[in-house]
Design a binder for this molecule. Structure first.
Ligand SMILES: O=C1O[C@H](COP(=O)(O)O)[C@@H](O)[C@H](O)[C@H]1O
Length: 457
């Protein structure tokens, strides 16, 4: 179900922050420059603690818009946008901000969870215009109890379908491709179960290091930054039951069913690994150890590489290990979901088999699709070798944040994370967070630029 009121003003709370500049504004520019922008216009109102004049703000918007796509419509929105200095935890200041909105607003909280919660408490004192939409960045809360409390709080402000818990992976065409690939080809569904699948791996290994984000990252770590949010969403799309239609209810119900059935494959000691990078060389660039990065509190023991093995307890998936892994400063970036099939029940005697398993690989950044199959090799036709027919896929027209913003501004929560699903993601990782806090799982190390701890291979 979507809201019927049209959003007229996008209010960015935390407009002076890094996320707004790096992701949100370029995403908005890509949306305004698309067909969507032909039919719709939007007022942009930035709010933050910095003292910025409208002119300074417009300059920032113009620069960030330049990264998402220029064009007259895009520059017009930048030139008309306004900025207000605002303490978002103050009822009076929020009230004046809302009074400046033209028509129904979408409030985008580009803020840490604790400030978002305080801003929502302040909003409880105000009457929000009918149809107001609230959009919140990840992480949604900092643990299960926090996510539950935040869900209750935002639930007092607007109905669930007007709450957009943003996960930009859900706006990425290479991730949404999981739906198209799975459900528009007969090839995959018959083997998409524990009778045929041996294991699943969802990996997002990045060569990016901290990129000046210590203030946020050091408190989150790889597990919360990537697995708790993005990779569990990818897993839910990859493993959900076929849906009847692309609508928010079908899709979010199907994802929820997977998430509710997901548990760690054993105790955290067996089902999780963590590591942190030490000094090394990446793409010819010398990187210092994570612990020596400006803004890092070494005593916090934040991991920069996290791995979890989970299982989805359903008839379809029971017994299949699912490995989720993501890390920073890795020498061999690898961003993909790999479905490994079981060996055939019998290889005809006389056929010299490869001992590799068939695999279906769905690539993210770059988007792609590959199959690894055994076929007759050169020379002796009964001596098999592995081939990998593959296709590179084009990226979608919109940046991920553009896609996500389209949903927010149209009031369609299809790509947003529903409250119950956000809580499930915390429930899944909570035992690991606790075990890591209590140091029950060793913190391994790897050199920046390597492919991870040597003991992991
Ligand atoms: O949300 C995040 O995602 C990025 C990876 O996503 P991408 O679309 O930029 O490839 C990750 O680098 C960052 O740490 C995390 O906060």
């Amino acid at each position: 179900m979507t809201t019927t009121t049209q959003i007229k003003t996008l209010v960015v709370l935390g407009a002076d922050g890094d996320l707004t500049r790096r992701l949100l504004l370029p995403g908005l520019a890509s949306l305004l420059g698309s067909d969507w922008g032909d039919a719709r216009s939007i007022q942009l109102l930035g709010a933050g603690l910095s003292d910025l004049s409208d002119e300074q703000w417009r300059q920032r918007v113009g620069d960030a818009f330049g990264e998402g796509g220029a064009g007259p419509r895009v520059s017009r929105t930048a030139q008309r946008s306004r900025y207000r200095r605002c303490d978002v935890t103050s009822v009076e200041e929020l009230e004046s901000l809302l009074a400046e909105c033209d028509g129904t607003p979408a409030l985008f909280f580009a803020l840490p969870p604790a400030i978002t919660a305080r801003a929502c408490q302040a909003l409880q004192q105000l009457d929000l215009p009918e149809g107001t939409v609230l959009a919140m960045e990840k992480p949604f809360g900092t643990d299960l109890a926090g996510a539950r409390a935040l869900n209750q709080l935002v639930g007092t402000l607007v109905p669930e379908n007007q709450i957009f818990r943003v996960d930009h992976f859900m706006g990425r065409s290479d991730v949404l491709n999981l739906i198209g690939t799975r459900f528009s080809n007969r090839l995959f569904e018959p083997v998409w179960n524990n009778q045929h699948v041996e294991s699943i791996e969802i990996v997002y290994d990045e060569s990016l290091a901290l990129e000046g984000r210590a203030g946020y990252y050091d408190k989150a770590g790889a597990l919360v930054d990537m697995l708790q949010s993005h990779l569990l969403q990818v897993m839910a799309l990859l493993m959900m039951e076929p849906i009847s239609r692309i609508d928010e209810r079908d899709l979010r119900d199907a994802k929820g069913q997977v998430l509710r059935a997901t548990r760690l494959r054993g105790a955290p000691r067996e089902a999780s690994r963590r590591a942190r990078y030490t000094a090394g060389t990446l793409d010819g660039r010398k990187l210092s150890a994570y612990s020596r990065e400006p803004g890092v509190d070494a005593s916090r023991r934040t991991e920069t590489l996290a791995e979890l093995t989970v299982e989805v307890d359903t008839w379809r998936w029971s017994g299949v290990p699912v490995v989720l892994r993501s890390g920073k400063a890795l020498g061999r970036p690898r961003k993909e979901a790999v479905v490994t099939l079981k060996p055939t029940p019998h290889l005809p005697t006389g056929l010299l088999g490869n001992d590799t398993s068939d695999q279906i690989v769905i690539g993210f950044k770059p988007a792609g699709l590959a199959l690894h199959l055994d076929v007759s090799g050169p020379g002796d036709p009964f001596d098999l070798e592995t081939v990998s027919p593959s296709a590179e896929l084009e990226a979608g027209d919109l940046l991920a944040y553009g896609e996500v913003l389209a949903g927010i501004l149209d009031g369609d929560p299809l790509l947003a994370v529903r409250g119950d699903n956000a809580e499930e993601c915390w429930r899944i990782v909570e035992p690991v967070l606790e075990a890591w806090r209590e140091d029950k799982v060793p913190l391994d190390t790897y050199a920046a630029g390597s492919s991870g701890p040597s003991s992991w291979s």
